[in-house]
Write a protein that binds this ligand. Structure first.
Ligand code: AMP
Length: 991
């Protein structure tokens, strides 16, 4: 068969084949395959060697895309002994150790060719030869090694339409391991009809890739079965978390990724790379999370931000995570409420309105002591000067870092103004000092007695004496004036005791029984009175020393005893003599004053009692005994502050040599006085000079040797109590009022202990200083009758302040401490009604009558029930049933200690039966003030009357009331105004 016949025999099916190629266009090879040879890629002649020349033939064709391709074919099926070789060009091995040969070919089925039986073959051989260099046209068959015999799967394929078409076979063979630089492939035909459509030689590699942000390079696998371990390197802007590794398999696949890289702060992962965060976003830590948006009140203007900056006036605390919103200091606490209890105060407040966006709020309380200081440094007028509180002020639980909205502040000074600044703080407060705000509350502590002495030590003991020392109370609450030492024999159970006073913290008790157990209690005294007693302290005196006198020295002992007795007698004599002299020139401030009491009453003479200056033959002698003569040049008068019976009362200053200047009140005796007037004027100083008590007005001295004659006393800034209360209506807390009352009672107790009956105890005769300390004053004698404008002549001729005086004193001038107690009850009423006039405008006669018939003043509005009960007790008709001043002091002390008890008001509790507002058939006149009664708590006020509502009462005429036997004594003013002040009288609630 000639050449053309061969072609005809073959070409037809080839075209058919080409038109049916299923290959895709463009041809994309798997990324892990690297071609070393691709016959389809060459559009010109391939230049392969064909041997012999009539064997394989290179033919041009087109593929299904009409892209020209080069093919080789051979079809010498009619002839025997065919050995046709086709050898490729030299193929460089590159880095491959193993290559793949992919053949696409068609192979005709011998049966489909007529007359070829016996010669026709249906396979061909694939061979290769390794060389280090291109050998050009040099070709040796025997140098080739066979790779495989290649056969077609099926030579023809039946189509759906029943056509027989040539099928394109694809066979792939592996070649390797290769060691030389290159190789040739050869196709040996032994008599088949083959068309070699394409030859592709490739090797496999693991292509470069990025996994877990680590990039891995192209990697050619080993020929053997083993995997190649490849280390990855982190992509830009990332960092290794765990060394990244992967294995490259022989198939060119990446296996088992291990480890990873993470994007740096400011970068986030986007398509296998680390990209900068966009503006408005941030990333503060290494990681592959997305960049979060800036939290509230923060911003980032640039790309790649590590964190967002805070807006103006917003901050981030050191420990705040960058994801947290920027915050600001909280607003101040709100609604600060203070409840004062003596020298401690409980402060309560509400959470701030704006927490600044944080939850870590704590509160800090700063304590300041504030005083109004005048330009001259005095406490008169001027600016408020504050200084930090003393270190020993205690805060419970603490002053700073409070998590709750309350704190208790203890150990403040009594009667002192304090300002507390309460600040809410959060984690950013320190960063914004200018934005910090606090709520402030100003309080005035109450008067408080000192805390008890707790530590007592025995220093020395003998048979008849013991020396003791003790420590000052932990909370003196003022300056300790002295200590009271009370002791008694243990056996006697306090039925008889002795009291000593000492200024310092030690005392020696003499005159004790030997070998006896004693119990002792100490209490400190300040301007606020006595504190609680110490716990009982027991001590024993030493026993009598038992000694026997031997016969040989009995004489010596006898002489010794006789001389001792003689010495003692002499000492006693001297003592009595000196005692007499001392009594005459009594020292006003003895360091120790000894009082002896039996069954609680005065027992032994020698106690300090009040001496009536009128008992002196020469009253001016009394003045000089009890009052210090002052040099007029030491006194500077400033201004007139009041008018006394004998002349003006001025304020001024007293500067004694080597002493600090003090403010004083100066009473002057106006010119043209009689001897009697001078005596009476100075009598007050003689009386006052005998007293030494924080609640009794202190006498500084008198000027009698020059004119004008003057009495100089301590200065009481707030003047008399009645006008002070009227000026400050409803301004004080219950505790403050009780504090004042306690002072008055304490002064009166002192006077009654001294045996002095005041006779004119009334709010107008109490003076108040700048610390609200009340002191009893006005110690005239005849003055009680002459001086007081309230005093009226009684039927028996005396002049008496009727409204303040007990019935027995009015009736038969029985003035006693018990009648002073009655007056104290009236003072109590005056204080609680802020200076209201007792019995209002009732006439003295009506008052005497009403009181005699059992009527009593009603409770002032909002008066605590306990205090009203105390008033009623003071107004007991039977004077022995009235409380002693000591009892009054202790009742008030209890109230001060338990201020809660003041909350129950007399207006809301059932009233006793002997009020002025009571059923009666008496003629006590009824005021014409019924119109003002609309708001009275009438049901309570009219106990026993069947009127149940105020409206009903207001509509009821005076006559109607009289019909049911109701008599009302008392004007409307106070009751109505009291009702108005119900709210303001409660403890103030500072905001
Ligand atoms: P007397 O003569 O004591 O009633 O005093 C008359 C007025 O002088 C009193 O009502 C007070 O206003 C004033 N006064 C008297 N003593 C003092 C004092 N020690 N300090 C301040 N004011 C006083």
């Amino acid at each position: 068969m000639d050449c053309n016949a061969r072609s005809l025999l073959f070409i037809l099916p080839l075209l058919l084949l080409l038109s049916r190629f299923p290959s895709a266009f463009p041809i994309i090879y798997p990324p892990n395959e690297v071609n070393l040879l691709d016959s389809k890629a060459s559009q010109g002649e391939l230049g392969w060697i064909s041997y012999p020349s009539h064997g394989w033939e290179e033919i041009s064709g087109v593929d299904e895309h009409y892209t020209p391709i080069r093919t080789f074919q051979v079809c010498n099926v009619m002839e025997y002994s065919q050995n046709n070789w086709l050898r490729t060009n030299w193929i460089a091995r590159q880095s491959a150790q193993k290559v793949y040969v992919e053949l696409k070919f068609t192979l005709r089925d011998c049966n489909s060719i007529p007359l070829v039986l016996g010669t026709c073959k249906e396979t061909f051989n694939l061979l290769y030869q390794e060389t280090d260099e291109n050998q050009g046209g040099h070709f040796r068959e025997h140098l080739f090694s066979k790779i495989d015999t290649i056969a077609a799967d099926e030579s023809f394929t039946q189509t759906d339409l029943g056509d027989r078409i040539l099928k394109l076979n694809t066979e792939v063979r592996e070649v390797g391991p290769l060691t030389k630089k290159g190789f040739y492939l050869a196709f040996q035909d032994v008599g088949a009809c083959v068309a070699l459509v394409s030859v592709r030689v490739y090797f496999k590699k693991c292509p470069n890739t990025v996994r877990n942000l680590a990039s891995f390079p192209d990697t050619v696998p080993m020929d053997s079965q083993s995997l190649v371990e490849v280390k990855g390197s982190c992509v830009n802007h990332s960092k290794e978390e765990e060394p990244p590794r992967m294995y490259c398999s022989t198939e060119g696949e990446w296996l088992v990724p291990i480890g990873k890289c993470l994007c740096n702060p400011g970068y986030e992962e986007r398509s296998n790379t680390c990209q900068m965060c966009r503006a408005g976003f941030y990333k503060s830590a290494v990681g592959n999370a997305e960049c979060p948006k800036c939290p509230p009140h923060s911003f980032s203007h640039h790309e790649g931000s590590l964190h967002c900056g805070c807006e103006k006036n917003y901050f981030r605390a050191e420990d705040d995570p960058p994801s947290m919103a920027c915050t600001r200091p909280p607003s101040p606490p709100r609604n600060v409420i203070s409840s004062i209890n003596e020298t401690s105060v409980i402060l309560d407040w509400s959470w701030p309105e704006d927490a600044g966006g944080r939850k870590d709020i704590t509160f800090t309380v700063v304590c300041k002591r504030c005083r109004v200081v005048g330009a001259d440094g005095s406490s008169n007028g001027g600016a408020l000067r504050c200084e930090p509180c003393r270190n020993n002020v205690r805060f419970l639980p603490r002053a700073a870092g409070l998590q709750n909205t309350t704190v208790m502040v203890c150990d403040l000074l009594a009667h002192t103004n304090y300002t507390f600044e309460i600040e809410a703080q959060n984690g950013v407060s320190v960063m914004a000092p200018k934005m910090r705000q606090y709520a402030a509350v100003t309080i005035t502590t109450n008067q408080a007695a000192p805390s008890p002495v707790t530590v007592i030590r025995k220093e020395r003991t003998s048979r008849n004496s013991v020396s003791l020392s003790w420590q000052e109370p932990e909370r003196p609450n003022g300056i300790i004036l002295d200590y009271e030492i009370k002791y008694y024999e243990k056996e006697e159970q306090e039925t008889s005791y002795t009291i000593l006073r000492a200024r310092g913290c030690n005392v020696t008790l003499n005159g004790l029984k030997s070998n006896t157990a004693y119990l002792l209690q100490i209490r400190a005294r300040t301007a606020a009175g006595y504190g609680a007693s110490s716990p009982s302290f027991q001590f024993e005196t030493s026993p009598d020393s038992a000694f026997s006198i031997s016969s040989e020295n009995s004489q010596v002992v006898l002489i010794a005893i006789s001389s001792a007795v003689a010495i003692i007698l002499l000492t006693v004599l001297l003592y009595v003599l000196i005692g007499r002299i001392c009594c005459r020139s009594k020292s006003k401030h003895p360091d120790e004053k000894r009082l002896h009491f039996g069954n609680g009453h005065l027992r032994l003479p020698g106690i300090r009692t009040y001496v009536d200056p009128h008992t002196y033959e020469d009253p001016s002698q009394a003045v000089h005994e009890f009052a210090k003569e002052l040099d007029a040049s030491c006194i500077a008068i400033d201004k007139v502050v009041g008018a006394g019976e004998f002349g003006e009362v001025c304020s001024g200053r007293l500067r004694l040599p080597s002493k600090k200047e003090i403010c004083v009140a100066i009473k002057t005796l106006k010119g043209g006085y009689t001897d009697k007037q001078r005596r009476d004027f100075l009598a007050e100083a003689s009386i006052m000079g005998q007293f030494d008590h924080p609640n009794i007005i202190r006498l500084e001295g008198v000027v009698t040797r020059s004119k004008p004659v003057m009495i100089v006393t301590e200065y009481m800034e707030n003047g008399s109590l009645d006008s002070f209360l009227r000026k400050n209506d409803a301004q004080f807390t219950g505790i403050q009022l009780v504090g004042m009352l306690r002072g008055i009672a304490s002064g009166m107790k002192y006077l009654s202990d001294m045996g002095y009956v005041h006779r004119d105890l009334a709010a107008r005769n109490i003076l108040v200083n700048s610390n609200l300390v009340c002191k009893v004053s006005d110690f005239g004698l005849s003055r009680v009758l002459e001086d007081d404008p309230e005093a009226a002549y009684t039927t028996r001729g005396g002049k008496i302040p009727i409204r303040w005086t007990a019935p027995e004193a009015i009736a038969y001038r029985k003035f006693t401490s018990a009648s002073d107690a009655w007056s104290y009850g009236i003072v109590l009423w005056e204080v609680m009604s802020y200076g209201e006039r007792p019995y209002w405008e009732m006439s003295n006669q009506d008052v005497i009558k009403a009181v005699d018939e059992g009527y009593r003043l009603p409770p002032p509005m909002d008066c605590p029930a306990t205090l009203y009960q105390l008033m009623l007790d003071c107004w007991q008709k039977e004077r022995n049933n009235r409380p002693k001043f000591e009892q009054i002091v202790s009742i008030l002390d209890k109230l001060i200690r338990n201020p809660g008890s003041l909350k129950i008001t007399a207006n809301t509790t059932s009233r006793p039966a002997n009020l002025l507002l009571e059923r009666s058939s008496s003629e006590v006149p009824m005021g014409d003030w019924m119109d003002g009664m609309r708001t009275l708590p009438c049901k309570e006020a009219f106990s026993g009357v069947s009127y149940s509502s105020c409206d009903t009462l207001a509509k009821t005429s005076t006559e109607d009331l009289k019909k049911v036997g109701v008599t009302i004594v008392g004007p409307p003013k106070k009751i109505v105004s009291s009702l108005k002040s119900v709210d303001t009288k409660n403890d103030p609630v500072p905001v």
